[in-house]
Design a protein around this ligand. Structure first.
Ligand code: FUB
Length: 313
């Protein structure tokens, strides 16, 4: 019974309205969850910023972390899938921030900000390691690419039903650009993502762009700033424009908020990070997840947090 208890608690945490539980006792942040089928079978893979190996004063870790799960309840720390050293062009002081992953044509792709001014892309035949640079330079480079924005970080990839891949990224001004079928080159210009209705609702775009589709509607979620709420907007194209719809996760008692949505077997989950572990804080975050529920009109229901978790409005 004692061994069963953590798993039972974790299962309970996946029910609507249950309190979010950290997926690990290791500090981690910026979730990028996926379900991948390998020769070993299907499993959930969660790539993260590794807050456990930062200084505790800044997000200065130089490696990413992977967690795996058969069922979204019990998670295993699968170690370091790669570090910034994979990107030989990275600045010597480059930090490993919010990662993303994607699968296409037998290859696993890993996207990440490297140094705050570039986004790199790595590739591997397996999801848990073996990643090498998919190029010899950055996929997005502030100094090279028109309209890359002031801070090209927080990459998120969405592939539509026709197989077209889109890369979202950026702070303060959200960006979107198509990817070629190789998943490692830009296909056309970088556009600003248009979000209508933000000012009327006294919201701004901060960071953590993410796109998912449900029932033919495209949902663009993001953090409003520092600290930030997670809010959403919807549109009829992955390229936008999107119209502001509402709040998903309120302010937390940490300086960042960063979400990702996983749809699997007809169920939706939202992953985010918070200050859930002893000794936690803005630079020592912990990933959690909760069921994501929709109203009949396609609206997203706000995630219920313990009032003690909610930060200042
Ligand atoms: O983890 C470093 C940065 O904090 C990420 O890039 C942002 O999204 C914020 O979560």
């Amino acid at each position: 019974m004692r061994r069963l208890l953590p798993a039972l608690l974790a299962c309970a945490a996946l029910s609507a309205g249950a309190q979010p539980q950290p997926i690990s006792t290791r500090f981690n942040a910026d979730p990028s969850p996926h379900y991948f089928k390998t020769a070993a079978g299907g499993a959930f893979y969660l790539y993260a910023t590794d807050d456990a190996s930062n200084s505790g004063k800044y997000w200065d870790s130089t490696s990413w972390r992977l967690f795996t799960s058969p069922d979204l309840s019990a998670w295993v720390d699968a170690g370091v899938p790669l570090d910034v050293g994979v990107f030989k062009w990275a600045r010597p002081d480059a930090k490993a921030w919010a990662p993303e992953a994607a699968f296409r044509a037998g290859k696993y792709f890993f996207y990440a900000p490297v140094g705050g001014d570039k986004i790199g892309v790595a590739v591997s035949a397996r999801p848990d390691g073996g990643f090498v640079d998919a190029r010899t330079d950055a996929l997005v480079d502030k100094a090279r690419d028109a309209n890359a924005g002031d801070e090209p970080i927080d990459p998120a990839v969405f592939v539509d039903k026709a197989g077209q891949a889109y890369l979202y990224f950026g702070t303060r001004v959200p960006k979107v650009v198509k990817l070629k079928a190789d998943m490692a080159s830009l296909d056309g210009p970088i556009h600003n993502v248009q979000i209508q209705g933000l000012a009327e609702h006294k919201k701004t775009y901060g960071e953590a762009p993410f796109l998912h589709e449900r029932g033919g509607l495209y949902y663009f979620t993001f953090s409003t700033g520092w600290p930030g709420q997670i809010v959403y907007a919807t549109g009829t194209s992955p390229l936008g424009p999107f119209t502001y719809r509402g709040l998903v996760i309120d302010y937390l008692k940490i300086s960042t908020n960063h979400q990702a949505i996983l749809e699997h077997d007809g169920r939706s989950f939202i992953f985010f990070h918070d200050n859930l572990l002893p000794g936690g804080g803005s630079h020592r975050r912990s990933i959690t997840l909760a069921p994501l529920e929709y109203g009949a009109d396609g609206s997203i229901r706000q995630i219920a947090l313990d009032p003690a978790q909610v930060g200042k409005r």
